[in-house]
Design a protein around this ligand. Structure first.
Ligand SMILES: Cc1ncc(COP(=O)(O)O)c(C=O)c1O
Length: 347
C-alpha cells in the first residue's frame, strides 16, 4: 500500500504518518514498547523538557532499494550518538538493540509512507528522547520518554543536487567553546532559529558558524558538517564544538575509497579561499554543495565584507557529484555496499 503522496515534490517537513513507537523510562526500567496512532502525548507541565530543555534527538533514513528490499542506513551509529548525548544530559537511554528495534518498528508500521524505488525519496526516522520528570531543581532525573516517529522525505533543498549560498554571521555563534555543540540536544538548535530567519530572508540556505572563542576557524553549518575539496584532498574541521556527523564519517570513507586523502583538522577561515569545492553534509541533505559563502559582520544588515566563490548558482562540482552519487547509490541499493552500511531486517 502507498499513501497518496507526490514522491517527486517532497521536501523535508513534519508530516503526520500513521504510527509512533514509544517507551517510557521510570523506576529504573523501560516500559514494554508501545505503538500509538493518536499522535498525542501527555506531559506534566513541570516536566524537565519544558523548563530546562532536557531533550535530544537523532535523524536517520530508511530506503526502498532497487531490488525491493528495505534498509536503514547505519542505525547503530545513531544509537551510539544518542547514548553519548543522553549521558551528557544525565538522561536514561535505550540500548543499541532497543534503539534499532524501535526504528525498525517505526518503518514497518509506516511502510505506506516509504516511497517506491525510483523517486529519490526516503523515510526520515526521528528518534526523540525527552525528560519527563516534574521538577524545579537543576539536577538530572532518570525519567524519560523515547519515541520514534517518521516523515516521508525528498531531498532537503529540492529533488536534485544543486548548489546553494551560505553566510557566516559575524554576530551569532552556535556553540560555546566547552559547551554542548558536539551533542545532538534540542537546545543547540533553538539558538539557530533567529539567525536562520535572517539568513533565509536574504536568500541564504545555510549558516556557517566559526569557532566562537577566536572566530578564526570553521566549525560547521547550522544543520550539517562542513567539508572542502582541495585537489585530491577531502578536508573537514576537527573541533570539539561540532556534531560528529554520520554522513561526514561515511563521506570520509567514500573519499578514501576514491583514493582521496582525508584531512580532519582545524580549518582556518582563510582556507575557504583555497578550496575548489565546499559543501555541507548531513542525513537530510547527504551533500549540499555551496555556490558561495559570504561573510556578514552583522547578519541582518546588507554589508557583505567578503565572499568565497565555488560554483555558479545551482551548479555542482565534480568531487561533490561523485561523492554524492556513491553514497546515494549505496543507500538505494544500486551500488555495492562494501562497508556493510545498509541494515536489513525484513525477509
Ligand atoms: C548541527 C548538525 N551538524 C551535522 C549534522 C549532520 O549529522 P548526520 O550526518 O549524522 O545527519 C546535523 C544533522 O543532520 C546537524 O544538525
Amino acid at each position: 500500500m502507498s499513501a497518496s503522496i507526490n514522491w517527486d515534490t517532497l521536501g523535508f517537513d513534519a508530516y503526520r504518518t500513521r504510527t509512533v513507537i514509544l517507551s517510557h523510562y521510570k523506576d529504573g526500567q523501560w516500559s514494554p514498547i508501545e505503538k500509538t496512532e493518536t499522535f498525542s502525548f501527555t506531559f506534566d507541565p513541570f516536566a524537565q523538557v519544558f523548563h530546562y530543555a532536557i531533550s535530544c534527538f537523532e535523524g536517520l533514513k530508511a530506503f526502498r532499494q532497487k531490488d525491493g528490499r528495505i534498509s536503514l542506513f547505519r542505525p547503530d551509529q545513531n544509537a551510539a550518538r544518542m547514548a553519548r548525548t543522553a549521558d551528557y544530559l544525565g538522561m536514561p537511554c535505550p540500548s543499541k538493540e532497543m534503539f534499532v528495534k524501535m526504528c525498525e518498528l517505526c518503518v514497518e508500521n509506516n511502510l505506506e509512507f516509504l516511497a517506491p524505488y525510483g523517486h529519490k525519496a526516503s523515510l526520515y526516522i526521528r528518534p526523540l528522547l525527552v525528560g519527563m520528570h516534574p521538577q524545579m531543581q537543576l539536577v538530572p532525573y532518570p525519567e524519560a520518554i523515547f519515541a520514534v516517529m517518521c516523515a516521508p522525505a525528498g531531498s532537503y533543498y529540492g529533488a536534485h543536487l544543486r548548489s546553494c549560498a551560505a553566510v557566516i554571521p559575524g554576530d551569532f555563534d552556535r556553540a560555546a567553546p566547552k559547551g554542548s555543540g558536539s551533542y545532538k540536544i534540542g537546545a543547540n538548535y533553538a539558538a539557530t532559529f533567529r539567525p536562520y530567519k535572517y539568513a533565509h530572508e536574504q536568500g541564504y540556505a545555510e549558516l556557517l558558524y566559526l569557532n566562537s572563542s577566536t572566530r578564526e576557524f570553521v566549525d560547521e553549518f547550522g544543520s550539517s558538517n562542513f567539508f572542502g575539496i582541495k585537489g585530491n584532498k577531502y578536508v573537514t574541521p576537527l573541533s570539539d564544538s561540532v556534531l560528529p556527523s554520520i554522513t561526514n564519517l561515511t563521506l570520509q570513507q567514500v573519499a578514501r575509497d576514491f583514493g582521496m586523502e582525508v584531512e580532519k583538522r582545524p580549518v582556518p577561515l582563510e582556507e575557504l579561499a583555497e578550496f575548489e569545492e565546499a559543501g555541507g553534509c548531513g542525513t537530510a541533505v547527504v551533500i549540499t554543495p555551496m555556490s558561495h559563502i559570504d561573510i556578514k559582520p552583522v547578519l541582518a544588515e546588507p554589508l557583505v565584507s567578503r565572499s568565497f566563490r565555488y560554483e555558479p548558482d545551482g551548479q555542482v562540482g565534480p568531487a561533490c557529484t561523485k561523492l554524492y552519487n556513491r553514497i546515494v547509490g549505496i543507500q538505494f541499493g544500486e551500488l555495492e555496499d562494501t562497508h556493510g552500511w545498509c541494515h536489513y531486517w525484513l525477509d
